[in-house]
Design a protein around this ligand. Structure first.
Ligand code: RFL
Length: 404
């Protein structure tokens, strides 16, 4: 046990807002608060290099780009992001392209790697004189239902610190500790394991087609998504509990070619596999996402499967709503917005969950030849046919795919 440095009670070190976690949620919130000259401190358990190289999301919705642009946080993505407006479905019954950018509200995605966005947000936050401590793990949150919450954290050298503040923003992701600070009887917790897993791959290879590709195959789903001109993300549905190391380079590309039907549509552009990991599709929603002076944001508040690429977009939307609420309260003495944080965010969270669940059913037919599996695959085919042929179905898809 290291030495304890007490920063509590109120001292000149006491930040108004303490933010746990430097992912998209914590960094957008920190930037909005600093732009309003509100004092805040971000505590992040990983190193700066680690968070600036952690590859995850890439597809940013129009609303996300709007929020980042309106707050002076979009220079990098406007300069280097690529606009995407088309996705493609490949099945045993043929393939079709859907130009979602010309359906629904006519919105498109901007593809910009999450780690690049995180790098931009850290640089801008420091420019705005923001305080951030890397390699500082928050161990627990205390008294969040009082006017003086405080946290205990531990830095890499084992030194233990305590900070007090006025408000805590729990932006510490899926595996963070913030949501555990909400007592069991103070929030309803909704969970679902979708029973589907993906081998998530990052390949040092340019995209093989100018569209997101979703392949439905008897061996399971495969996906292709651009990340940058030289990096492409691929997904392969795999059994639960699968060891990602058991896939050789050759087997990965063979299976991707097979499921993507490379024989028919042209071979994929291969490259070194830079990263691999298994993602289990699961969902989690808490209601409310605030308790006393603790507010949960991003994956800490609700976890969504990556099937519809919504997680980072929800994180930015929630950070925007919370940022506005905190500024209105601390600068304008209006507590209304802050009190309404959960009510403002949760309908959009549920709508994203519903669409993500719809996408899981669209992309994953059950394996096997028993009656139920055959019937459900019939439904899956009907759904894909509706998407191929019905303009109103395409409008529904486009509106939900890019929007929230
Ligand atoms: P993050 O990004 O996980 O950041 C949380 C941060 O908190 C830190 N932390 C702590 N710090 C201090 N003390 C503690 N006790 C701490 N515990 C944790 C962590 O180190 C971390 O830095 O959460 P945030 O900010 O809520 O952002 C959420 C997004 O990262 C996530 O939803 C997306 O990446 C999901 N996602 C996608 N979302 C999209 O919108 N579009 C996409 O195209 C997309 N693709 C994806 C994805 C997620 C994926 N994986 C890996 C699940 C693709 C994949 C493969």
């Amino acid at each position: 046990m290291g030495q304890i440095t007490r920063n509590r009670p109120a001292s000149e070190n006491r930040p108004t807002i303490l933010i746990v976690g430097a992912g998209p949620a914590g960094l957008v919130l920190g930037n909005l608060l600093r732009a309003a000259d509100i004092d805040c401190l971000i505590l992040e358990r990983q190193s700066r290099a680690h968070v600036e190289h952690r590859a995850r999301a890439g597809y940013l919705a129009a609303n996300t780009v709007r929020i980042l642009t309106d707050n002076g946080l979009a220079a990098g993505l406007l300069r280097n992001g690529q606009q995407h407006d088309t996705c493609m479905f490949r099945t045993d019954h043929g393939s079709f392209e859907l130009r979602y950018g010309s359906r629904g509200r006519g919105e498109v995605h901007t593809v910009y790697p999450q780690q690049d966005l995180v790098r931009d947000l850290i640089a801008e936050y420091l420019d705005r004189s923001g305080d951030i401590r890397f390699e500082t793990r928050v161990r627990d949150l205390n008294d969040v239902d009082t006017k003086q919450p405080w946290v205990t954290c531990e830095s890499a050298d084992g030194e233990v610190h305590q900070w007090s503040c006025e408000y805590v923003a729990g932006c510490d992701g899926q595996h963070g500790i913030s949501r555990g600070a909400v007592p069991a009887d103070a929030a309803q917790r909704y969970r679902r394991d979708h029973g589907v897993s993906w081998l998530a791959l990052l390949a040092q290879a340019p995209q093989s087609m100018a569209a997101v590709a979703y392949a439905v195959h008897a061996n399971g789903f495969a996906g292709h998504m651009a990340r940058s001109p030289s990096i492409t993300r691929y997904y392969l549905q795999c059994p639960r509990g699968h060891d990602p190391a058991s896939w050789s380079h050759e087997r990965i590309w063979e299976e991707l070619h097979l499921r993507m039907r490379g024989e028919l549509h042209g071979r994929l552009r291969e490259g070194q596999i830079l990263e691999r990991g298994v993602v289990d599709m699961s969902s989690y929603v808490m209601d409310p996402i605030q308790y006393g002076r603790l507010f949960l944001v991003g994956d800490a508040a609700s976890l969504i499967s990556p099937s519809a690429a919504k997680g980072a977009n929800l994180a930015v939307m929630e950070a925007d709503v919370l940022g506005k609420g905190l500024v209105a309260h601390l600068k304008g003495d209006d507590e209304q917005q802050l009190r309404g944080y959960s009510a403002a965010c949760l309908p959009r969270v549920w709508r994203a969950q519903e669409f993500s669940h719809w996408m899981i059913n669209l992309l994953h037919g059950p394996m096997g030849d028993d009656d139920e599996a055959v019937f459900l695959r019939g439904l899956q085919h009907a759904r894909l046919e509706s998407l191929r042929t019905s303009r109103s179905y395409q409008d529904f898809f486009a509106e939900n795919y890019v929007g929230i």
